[in-house]
Each structure stands twice: as C-alpha cells, then as structure tokens.
Design a binder for this molecule. Structure first.
Ligand SMILES: [Zn+2]
Length: 389
C-alpha cells in the first residue's frame, strides 16, 4: 500500500491532539490491523466523527494514505464521496428508515474500486434501530461484504450495545490540551494568539466550541454572561432569574437551527410521499407526519439541553478556578480574563463550598438527563444551591 504521511498533514490535519489515534489509523490504512468495524469514542467535542471521516478519506485515498488533495480525499471530507455514507440522527429524523437503507447499501459493492464506508455518528442511539431492524443491522456489521467498513462513533464504549461493540475494534480520542487547541486555532483558522488562547482555555478541550468562540463574538459575549452569573446569585430572586435566563439563552440559540431543519424535514417527507399525500385520507402520511413531529420535539429538546449543558460547564469552570486560587494549585485559570471576579469569589468562600457547588451543578445535569426534570426546575434548584450568602 501507499506511503504513510506524517501526522498533521493531509486528511489528518483537522484532528487536534490525537497523535496516538492517528498512528493507529495510519497503520490500519497501510494494511496493519485493518478490520471491518471500528468504534470511535471520546468526550463531546474531541472530534470522533472528524476522526472517522478522516479515516474514511484515507481508506478511499487514490494515493493510499490520505493525501488530502486527490479527488477521493476531497469528496470524502466534503461529504460527497459515493462510497462513504454518513448517518447523523441529529439531522435525519427518518432514522429507522435510514438504518434499513444503510444495511442495504452496506451490502453493495463500492462504486469506485476501494471501500464502501458506513459512518454512524450516534451509535449510542442505535438501540431503537436494532430493535426495529431486527438482526439485519447486527448481521451487516458482523459479516459485512468484503469491501465494507463500518465506522461507529459514541461518547464511550459503554454507550453502545454490547452486541455491537463486541464486533468493533475501538479507538478512543483524547481530550486535547489547551496548548494544542490554541495552536490549531492559530495555524488552521488564522485566529490571533490572544483570541486563540482564550478560546482554547474556555472550551476545555471541545474543538467545535473552541472554533465557535474563536470565530464569533456572539458566542464570546454569551459565555461572558454565563460566567458572570455565579457572582450575582445573592438573593432568591436573582437565583430564579438566572435559571430562567439560562433556559432563554438556550432556546434563542437553537431556535433558528430548529426552524430550518423542521422545514427541511417536512419537505423531505412530502417528497417521499409525493402525490399520495394529496389524498388527506392517506393514513400512512399522517402517521409519518405525527412520528416526524414527535422526533422534531425530541431533537429540539436535545439541542436545548446541549446548550444548557455547555453553560453548566462554563459555570462549573468558575468554581473550579476559585478552588485553584484557594488551594494554590498549579495550573492556570480557565477564566483568566475575569481573574478579579474569581479571586473575589475565592475570598468569600471555602474550597468545600465550591466543591459542594460543583456537585450541585452535576446534580442538576443528572436531573435533566437521567430523570427528565424540566430544565427550568432543575436549574432553579441548582441556582439556589449555588447562592452566595
Ligand atoms: Zn488522497
């Protein structure tokens, strides 16, 4: 097979702080340890789907190593290679139908000579699909046609059905260091050193978040608002207000995106039914529309939760910084730009107070994620627990 490229060039250039993973994947592309099913795991924002896409490009590369320049590399990275399909549950409401299509497609010979690559970005959400597609999906992953490669992505291996993960070779992505993220932003995004340093610290290893903070003042100003919240929690009224604010910010931020994708979904559905739907008696159409509306609501909820979750990480970082100052721990502050505010908070609390507050933030996340408490209720309880006397 082809040469190996140095890391950080070609299709690998977009991966930040993942030298070990890149080395493993490059060896596989060169024919050592290649297998037909892979599971990419890593914390949110570590770039698991980017890694899967880079790997797919390298597998399809005309020069055999992921040069980044050939037609196969470029179309794979752009999402338009005929033998690479990417499934995201986020953008595709017809997930179950997609899975069936995917299984059929995985059995096809590639259009070009190399591989048929099937990428599933949210393999942690496959449970339902496996339930409804029966064994076909499992079988397709277990015994794919010779040229088919499955690349699944999930936060951790535990998030994936054991029957699926046992069929995969796993690679786990690391959380990149602030230095690695900053260097990436300067070199690849053309961001100034100071903005890059801020975005790298504030994003705490989340690449997508780092890019957003580095490139968009709107995100920076929202983060400033959120980071300023803890110091204002001095009365019950302020706590309740802060909770409502956080929910509003999240709804605002997702509204445009949601409207756009909801409209696109309905169009897709109408295209799928064509003239059939004209007879409003079409029961199948109405049933699909109901199912669509249900999954749109789920998606909206999930997006709002993602934004809230990010805000909670930002709030936690303030207490974390206060503890750093209180204990004289080495290592910089995440919120270096508001050191004065953090120092003030550190003076007016003990490390134990701040540990308790961090616990309260985790508890609120758990309430929302595991027990389906509405965000407003969970956040109100949290803000009250964060209150400074
Ligand atoms: Zn190439």
């Amino acid at each position: 097979m082809g040469d190996t490229a140095p890391p950080h060039t070609g299709v690998w250039a977009g991966l930040v702080g993942q030298q070990d993973t890149i080395a493993t994947l490059q060896r596989a592309v060169a024919g050592h340890g290649m297998t037909h099913a892979w599971l990419f795991t890593g914390p949110p924002g570590s770039g698991r789907s980017n890694a899967a896409i880079a790997f797919a490009a390298a597998l399809q590369c005309e020069r055999g190593f992921g040069c980044g320049d050939c037609h196969a590399c470029r179309t794979t990275l752009a999402g338009s290679h005929p033998d690479v399909s990417i499934t995201r549950s986020e953008t595709s409401m017809l997930y179950i139908k997609d899975m069936r299509d995917l299984v059929h497609r995985s059995a096809l010979a590639p259009v070009e000579r190399r591989h048929q690559v099937m990428i599933i970005e949210d393999a942690d959400r496959l449970g339902d699909a496996v339930g409804r597609t029966g064994n076909t999906l499992l079988k397709a992953i277990e015994e794919p046609t010779p040229k088919t490669v499955w690349l699944l992505c999930a936060p951790t291996t535990e998030d994936v059905l054991p029957t699926i993960r046992s069929r995969c070779r796993s690679v786990s992505l690391a959380t990149p260091s602030p230095e690695q993220v900053a260097r990436f932003l300067v070199e690849r995004q053309g961001v100034s050193e100071s903005v890059a340093a801020f975005a790298a610290r504030a994003s705490q290893g989340h690449i997508g978040r780092a890019k957003a903070l580095a490139s968009d003042e709107k995100f920076r100003s929202r983060r400033r608002e959120v980071v300023a919240l803890p110091q204002g929690l001095t009365s019950l009224g302020a706590c309740l207000n802060a909770a409502a604010n956080l929910v509003d910010i999240a709804k605002d931020e997702t509204a445009v995106l949601t409207e756009r994708s909801n409209a696109r979904d309905v169009k897709d559905l109408e295209a799928l039914y064509g003239d059939d739907r004209r007879s409003k008696a079409s029961r199948a159409y109405r049933a699909s529309l109901r199912e669509l509306q249900h999954s749109q609501k789920q998606r909206e909820k999930r997006r709002v939760m993602d934004v809230i979750d990010r805000s909670l990480m930002d709030i936690m970082s303030v207490y974390r910084d206060a503890i750093v100052l209180q204990t004289g721990a080495s290592g910089g502050l995440v919120n270096e730009e508001v050191r004065g505010m953090v120092a003030d908070m550190a003076r007016r609390s003990t490390p134990e107070d701040n540990i308790r507050r961090i616990d309260a933030v985790f508890a609120a996340r758990e309430q929302m994620m595991e027990f389906n408490t509405t965000p407003l209720l969970a956040l109100e309880a949290m803000m009250v627990a964060l209150r400074t006397p």
